[in-house]
Design a protein around this ligand. Structure first.
Ligand SMILES: Cc1cc2nc3c(=O)[nH]c(=O)nc-3n(C[C@H](O)[C@H](O)[C@H](O)COP(=O)(O)OP(=O)(O)OC[C@H]3O[C@@H](n4cnc5c(N)ncnc54)[C@H](O)[C@@H]3O)c2cc1C
Length: 383
């Protein structure tokens, strides 16, 4: 029997594997082969500080780009429109809100941290089945092997096999919207500002990627984005130039455009019976307000805290870790879920009261210092 198995080799799984092996447990990490993750992640300062303290990233500037401003421009033809709103990190005495990283660079850094750990073994396979016993779980793997483990960490994404087999209750809600992402070259530099153009069906966001480069995250109806994706590079570049109000001149596509379907997912509790869920196996949101991986890293930080607070030499330690973890995560998961869901619905709502509330909310954010401070705290994931 091994002490712990981590299922899933996304960013949450890689970070969790490092945390669990560093806590002193004999750890097996199940990582099926998959395509590289072409997304980018805006990580707020508390997340970046965690990455540094956990030895997952040593020098953020070597793989990412600072985010110093967030600018929101209302492009909807609605009756009640919001004012242009600018958040500047200098307002709260910081040189940046956080950093924008390519996920492939983060994965490389996390893998480097993982590779030096003597108690961690990686197996390139899937989890096919999981059954929970009194003191251990049995895992059937895609390569035909069977493992038993005291602690199981589900980091296997939205369609988590761990979550389902271990009987966690989850609520999932699909949307008709999707997100289109690609890297862009701009004629004029974007500096450190993330710029969100809010259109009727969702935001068109340019996130700084250094110099004249930006990462596009465009949320719109799935069919609209599919039609755009099927166009030529030149057609897409011309459309992006219009959607960005020609603020950056000509635009060039530096990578192919990838589409991600959007949904929300939440669980009642994030740990029980010696099983814990981290990352998107426990929570998923539309990429609004850059919360997904920030929350996933807070999961991993709390898992590390639960491991540190538990006597790992005693029988039954895994159940105690899972219960402690569930308690630590409850408030943050509930709070973040409500904030992102409300934000997403308010961005897309096309009925008048929601427009008024949203416009009113942005005016209030523009004008009222206490509300701005609260918005900064929520966005930064301050606990
Ligand atoms: C367009 C877009 C932009 C985003 N931008 C941001 C942002 O700016 N900031 C931010 O904080 N978040 C952002 N997010 C969210 C963030 O990308 C995710 O929250 C994060 O990458 C999820 O990581 P994960 O490891 O939990 O899941 P995943 O990356 O989905 O990884 C799950 C892993 O589990 C593996 N797996 C699945 N099934 C099995 C199985 N049966 N056995 C073994 N392994 C299995 C998969 O192969 C995969 O490697 C964005 C999301 C999108 C869609």
């Amino acid at each position: 029997m091994t002490d712990a198995v981590i299922v899933g080799g996304g960013l949450a799984g890689l970070a969790a594997a490092v945390a669990v092996a560093r806590a002193g447990l004999d750890t097996i990490h199940l990582v099926p082969k998959g395509p590289p993750d072409r997304r980018t992640s805006a990580l707020m300062l508390p997340s970046v500080e965690y990455l540094q303290s956990a030895g997952l990233v040593t020098e953020p500037a070597s793989i990412g780009h600072p985010l110093t401003q967030i600018r929101i421009i209302d492009m909807t033809p609605r009756l009640i429109r919001a004012p242009e709103t600018l958040f500047d990190s200098a307002e709260i005495g910081l040189s940046a809100f956080g950093w924008n990283f390519p996920n492939v660079k983060l994965a490389e850094a996390f893998e480097a941290a993982r590779s030096g750990l003597p108690r961690l073994r990686t197996i390139e396979t899937t989890l096919d089945d999981l059954s929970i016993g009194d003191d251990s779980s049995t895992l059937k793997l895609g390569n035909g092997e069977t493992l038993t483990a005291a602690l199981v960490v589900g980091a296997d994404g939205k369609k988590s096999r761990v979550r389902e087999s271990a009987g966690f209750r989850a609520r999932e809600n699909g949307f008709t919207q999707a997100a289109l992402v690609c890297d862009l070259g701009l004629e004029r530099p974007i500096g450190g500002a993330s710029i969100e153009f809010h259109y009727e069906n969702g935001p068109f966001t340019l996130v700084p990627a250094g110099g004249n480069r930006a990462n596009l995250v465009w949320i719109d109806e799935r069919d609209t984005l599919k039609a755009v994706q099927e166009g030529s590079k030149e057609q897409m570049a011309a459309l992006f130039r219009e959607k960005s109000q020609r603020l950056f001149g000509a635009i060039e596509l530096l990578t192919p455009a990838h589409m991600f379907l959007l949904s929300t997912l939440s669980v009642d509790i994030a740990g029980k019976d010696g099983v814990v869920l981290v990352g998107e196996s426990a929570h998923a949101f539309p990429p609004i307000g850059a919360q997904g991986l920030n929350l996933g890293l807070r999961d991993v930080a709390d898992l590390a805290a639960s491991l540190a607070a538990t006597d790992l030499g005693q029988p039954g330690f895994a159940r105690r870790v899972s219960e402690d973890y569930a308690r630590r995560r409850a408030g943050d998961l509930a709070r973040t879920g409500v904030v992102v869901d409300t934000l997403f619905r308010s961005l897309l709502a096309d009925f008048l009261p929601a427009q008024a509330m949203r416009a009113g909310g942005l005016w209030a954010l523009k004008l009222l210092p206490p509300l701005r401070k609260a918005a900064f705290d929520v966005g930064m994931g301050v606990r």
